[in-house]
Design a protein around this ligand. Sequence first.
Ligand SMILES: [Zn+2]
Length: 119
Amino acid sequence: MKVNRPWVKEYKQQERTVDNSKFYNSRTWRKTRKLFLENNPLCIHCERLGVTTPANVVDHIIPISEGGDKLNTKNLQPLCKKCHEKKSASESAKKRGMGKKLSVYKRCTSHDSQNFTHE
Ligand SMILES: [Zn+2]
């Protein structure tokens, strides 16, 4: 599943390409993933918000590309698809140095709309 973002192209060349597909297809990972989901069946992000959502993605807290431990359960967290997509999106935004900009922009707009409704 790849999102086409033509405007990211120039950054792509600088990024180190880490091919993890072999690892994700390995029997060891499948086994670890299955076991982990059996022991941690709920999305922890949703759980923090008081929502119970079954997890179907095992996410690496520290990405493998950043040297995170592939199979250590301490580096794994159960996520639902939605939360995982959100996490990957904010991670790639951070990589592009847009994380800060985005949050500032969000804060400004909510502040503005607040003022607007109060007046
Ligand atoms: Zn979730």
